[in-house]
Design a protein around this ligand. Structure first.
Ligand code: CDP
Length: 250
């Protein structure tokens, strides 16, 4: 990855192309219950990304040979719409979407109480409607909320963010140009309470010091993003009526 000589990613005031500081996130909005037929659904808007997630299950795993007698299998399918990127994307699965589906499925399996639902599958359909860098992390962060919104028991939420290196600086939540022309791109996701790492990929190069700085920036950001996840779920349940619990009145 090299920066074309005419492309300045950091201006003379130290600001990024879209005016952000090094540790500033793009605006994130999570809306639940956007689809009627799904058990849980989310619309994730993260900067210019727009991603729809629909969760179904747990339901009997099919075909039968995919069943695990000890736990539910999470089948995430990440798909990019043909119109989601500048240059029309050829519809259908490709190597990139297969890889992203796999890493998202694995990360979610660490958070969901899969052992409670043997022989079942949990389907997580991810449709990227508009892509603007960081879609795998935005999808995973959204999928975690959609699973919670489906009422599926979880031990923790998955929350992530990309971090990278641009003109020698470590910056959070890369934009499209920073992703394309920067020196490193590191998508990372953690379990929000336990702070276990459940997804970590990297291209480009970082020194060990830079890598430490990058990971601590993601950990800090994950607290901010986890709060947006929690607020989305609180918003979902706020309007619903629950039966009075005897003795609960003051
Ligand atoms: O989206 P993410 O950063 O997780 O994955 P990536 O493979 O690093 O892709 C970075 C960005 O490149 C995507 O978010 C899209 O905006 C763009 N892209 C594209 O324009 N056309 C593709 N076929 C794939 C990605």
């Amino acid at each position: 990855m090299g920066t074309p000589s005419d492309m300045k990613l950091i201006d003379e005031n130290g600001r990024r192309l879209d005016g952000r500081g090094d540790e500033e996130l793009r605006p994130i909005r999570i809306t639940t219950d956007v689809l009627q037929r799904a058990d849980g659904s989310v619309l994730m808007e993260w900067g210019g990304n727009k991603i729809m997630v629909a969760v179904y299950g747990p339901r009997e795993a099919y075909p039968k040979h995919t069943q695990d007698i000890e736990k539910a299998v999470i089948k995430a399918r990440y798909n990019m719409a043909a119109f989601s990127v500048d240059e029309r994307k050829r519809p259908g699965p490709d190597r990139r979407s297969t890889e992203i589906s796999k890493v998202i499925s694995e990360a979610l399996s660490a958070a969901v109480m899969v052992e409670k639902f043997p022989r079942t599958q949990i389907d997580v359909f991810i449709e990227v409607l508009q892509a603007d860098a960081g879609t795998r992390i935005a999808s995973l962060t959204a999928a975690s909320v959609a699973i919670a919104a489906a009422g599926i028991p979880m031990r923790d939420m998955v929350v992530g963010c990309a971090v990278g290196k641009v003109e020698g600086r470590i910056v959070l939540d890369l934009s499209k140009d920073e992703d394309n022309f920067g020196q490193a791109d590191v998508p990372m996701a953690v379990l929000s309470k336990g702070k276990e790492v459940v997804l970590l990929q990297m291209d480009g190069d970082l020194t060990m010091e830079e890598f430490d700085m990058a990971t601590s920036m993601v950990l800090n950001a994950s607290e901010r993003i986890a709060e947006i996840q929690r607020n989305a779920l609180v918003e979902k349940y706020k309007g619903e009526n629950y039966p009075e619990i005897e003795g609960s009145e003051e």
